[in-house]
Design a protein around this ligand. Sequence first.
Ligand SMILES: [Zn+2]
Length: 263
Amino acid sequence: MINHPASIFKIYPIPAFRDNYIWAIVNINTHYTTIIDPGEAQPVMDFIEKHKLALEAILVTHHHPDHIGGINALVKKYHPKVFAPISNYIPHADYRLTNDDTITLNNTECHFQIMSIPGHTLDHIAYYSKPWLFCGDTLFSAGCGRIFEGTPEQMYSSLQKIAALPPETQIFCAHEYTLANLKFAQIIESNNIELNNYRKNVKMLSKNKQTTLPSTLALEKKINPFLRVDQPTVKLSAEQYCKQVLHNETEVFATIREWKNKF
Ligand SMILES: [Zn+2]
């Protein structure tokens, strides 16, 4: 894994739909870009034209339409390489990726390691290039994705896999859900000072229409209830909600995920 001298890269959030981010990694020396999860094409085309870039690759985390909807139009216009998980629902891909695969993008000058992280969908993968993690709809700041296809066990184990990365890992998730997630997180852990401080910062950023991302793994471990199910406070809140004793971390996780669905 190469280190990234900060001067060579810029990573931009391209807003799409209501609250999606399509991430763009730009190599400012080569003027090549790699795009993650283009749910729609037009905002990406506008970005590419504005910054006068060449599109080397598209990386896809999972099959949902708000992550793949722009692929065909971008391929037609710019002919990038498309990397995607093994999935029947993603019609166009040049390379199909699975856990522990690595990819090298010569013009953007990036290497990625693939992590299989099922739960939100069964095909979900993340792209890790130290210190960046592009994790789609699995981990959000102060929250996590809904479990549409997998089991709570799978989702929890995927989050634990992410949690095992270095604390300085930057979390590039695909939605601006932070403020809404924090509202729920505060109900779970009302006395968490770090959480309360973070919410103040996020409120300010949101008020000024600024992105709250990327987050860091170190911060998420302090404030994200879905990464804190081993904490007595989180377990107690979950037990009070479901009115029964929970026996392990997966049960606590499944309970607060279910609670958040109805929140
Ligand atoms: Zn999704």
